[in-house]
Design a protein around this ligand. Structure first.
Ligand code: MF3
Ligand code: CO
Length: 291
């Protein structure tokens, strides 16, 4: 239970406005919904204007890194080189690559190719080749604020079926984004994403999802992409989370590499694609902070 403020006290969000003129009405609405049995966000995951500013600065670095990757990625590049680009650009901008040493992850970025679903580890022995589809997942810490987004890249001439997987997965993210609005449900996002993927003959990974983000890399809520509309946590202004579905050309089953302890593969060896954006719920809808 969050502390009840006096109506004339300064608001908890740091706006310096009186509580009654700032977040009081929203907090009352959240409390009412909670009483009715809905899952609502705790106040600690609602970002203040100051925190949002910090997350935007962090996102700027993240976007810059991905823009650099986009310009330079091509056949013949090793994923180790991508890792070095990410480290260099992030640190030169004053940031820290969030994956580095995160729960023992050995590199600054995740690079996942073809049937690799996510969390691929860069290596000098992995050379990108014509026809590969690759996800580069970049996350930054700047002054304590986290950002996280990923893009797919098609290397050279890519088989049209794989290209379609990449495009449909991006459409899934765009459709999911349109569901982001205050007082909607997180489950609304996964409902449209899984529908669009299935309509195209694809499946969506169930065990791995998106996450709240900001003061930590992974915060509540967990965001699944195989969900029912009208279920899950209520979206409230100030929430920030990622939309990052993993869409498989074949079945949804996955497994983890036993040797490296990280890389996730499709069970059937068919390709998988993922795009990731980081979204703020606003009073009127959403703002994409990072893509
Ligand atoms: N961006 C990835 C995610 O949100 C982060 C992977 S963390 C790592 O799931 F350490 F595995 F790289
Ligand atoms: Co993420």
């Amino acid at each position: 239970m969050d502390k009840k403020l006096g109506r004339n006290d300064p608001c908890w969000c740091g706006s310096k406005k009186k509580y009654k003129l700032c977040h009081e009405a929203q907090d009352e609405k959240v409390a009412r919904l909670e009483k009715q049995g809905f899952l609502v966000p705790p106040r600690k995951i609602l970002k203040t204007p100051e925190q949002i500013e910090g997350m935007k600065k962090s996102s700027e670095i993240n976007i810059k890194v991905l823009d650099y990757v986009q310009e330079h990625i091509k056949a013949g590049v090793t994923t180790e080189e991508i890792d070095q680009w990410v480290y260099k650009i992030t640190t030169e901008a004053g940031g820290i690559p969030a994956p580095l040493d995160y729960e023992g992850f050995p590199k600054s970025v995740c690079t996942s190719i073809n049937e690799q679903v996510c969390h691929g580890i860069p290596s000098e022995s992995i050379v990108l080749k014509d026809g590969d589809i690759v996800n580069v997942d970049v996350s930054t810490i700047y002054k304590g604020y986290f950002s996280d987004s990923s893009r797919m890249f098609c290397i050279g001439e890519v088989d049209p079926e794989k290209k379609r997987l990449v495009d449909v997965t991006r459409e899934c993210v765009e459709l999911g984004l349109k569901q982001v609005k205050p007082w909607g449900f997180l489950g609304d996002i996964g409902a449209v994403i899984s529908e669009h993927a299935r309509k195209n003959g694809y499946s969506v990974v169930e065990e791995i999802g998106g996450h709240g983000i900001g003061l930590e890399f992974h915060e509540d809520p967990w965001v699944g992409y195989v969900t029912e509309a009208g279920t899950g946590m209520v979206m409230v202004p100030g929430m920030v989370f990622t939309i990052e579905p993993m869409v498989n050309m074949g079945g949804c089953e996955i497994y983890q590499d036993e040797n490296d302890g990280w890389t996730i593969y499709t069970e059937d060896g068919k390709p998988s694609a993922q795009w990731e954006i980081m979204v703020l719920v606003t009073d009127t809808g959403y703002e994409v902070l990072c893509w």
